[in-house]
Design a protein around this ligand. Sequence first.
Ligand SMILES: [Zn+2]
Length: 107
Amino acid sequence: MWRCPACGIVNSKDLVCNYCHAPAPAGSTTDPPFADWSLRQWYRFLRLVLAGLVCVVLGIWLMVDPNARENPKIFSASDLLLGLGVVLVGVILLGVGFLSMRRRKQS
Ligand SMILES: [Zn+2]
């Protein structure tokens, strides 16, 4: 992160100001969120994201695939709630994964 000396905008990604295109002062560094991650942090993040994606896909599949229902001919509220519940768990896992990424970025 660096603050543009010309206009005061805080930039993180480029070494040229996003707003006025002034060059970054000497010693500025770009701030890619993953650059300083250890293997363990990557593993934890990927595991959360993968688990979240699996839950979302599974939940959608539970809602869409008639064979997953108790009675394939009827789309019941319990089928819908089960699917939505699993999707919600997946979304929460994804959220936790991306929140941990953002927390890491701020530190
Ligand atoms: Zn600027």
